[in-house]
Design a binder for this molecule. Structure first.
Ligand code: ZN
Length: 81
């Protein structure tokens, strides 16, 4: 069984499902394991939570591709540093 850590990109892709409780328990555990050690993804998750709190719902429209790309760039910088 693979225990390879998730990348930031994978976590960002999974955050919506994570917040909706739609992930399988083992995937959810891996996301939480990544979040425990990654400030960038924790911040992203908090932003998504805040969006849901404000709008009551999270849709793909609220996470524009540009914003997602910008965040992933930021994650890359943090990882590199
Ligand atoms: Zn991360």
């Amino acid at each position: 069984m693979s225990t390879k850590p998730l990348t930031c990109h994978e976590v960002v892709e999974l955050v919506t499902d994570y917040l909706e409780g739609a992930l399988a328990p083992d995937v959810r555990a891996r996301v939480e394991g990544h979040l425990a050690g990654c400030d960038g993804c924790t911040r992203y998750l908090e932003q998504m939570r805040e969006t849901i709190r404000l709008t009551g719902k999270l849709t793909e429209e609220q996470v524009p591709e540009e914003q997602r790309a910008a965040l992933l760039d930021a994650f890359r910088s943090w990882s590199a540093g």
